[in-house]
Design a protein around this ligand. Structure first.
Ligand SMILES: [Zn+2]
Length: 65
């Protein structure tokens, strides 16, 4: 799953759960793993895309299957 797919999936879950706090928290975590130059999560940054997804993102993806 690409980052954009994961993002949209979590956003949909959040919406379908009537904006539950639990999904909001997971969504916030996912946002921190957006591949970008700032490198909020150094394993998921542009420079290290070879290591995307990190274990945190993998755990979220696993639960979404
Ligand atoms: Zn990450």
């Amino acid at each position: 799953m690409t980052y954009d797919e994961l993002y949209k999936k979590v956003e949909a879950q959040w919406h379908d759960s009537y904006k539950s706090k639990s999904w909001e928290i997971i969504w916030e975590i996912v946002k921190l793993h957006k591949p970008n130059e700032q490198g909020d999560c150094y394993l998921c940054t542009a420079e290290y895309t070879v290591t995307y997804p990190c274990l945190t993102v993998q755990a979220i993806e696993k639960e979404l299957q």
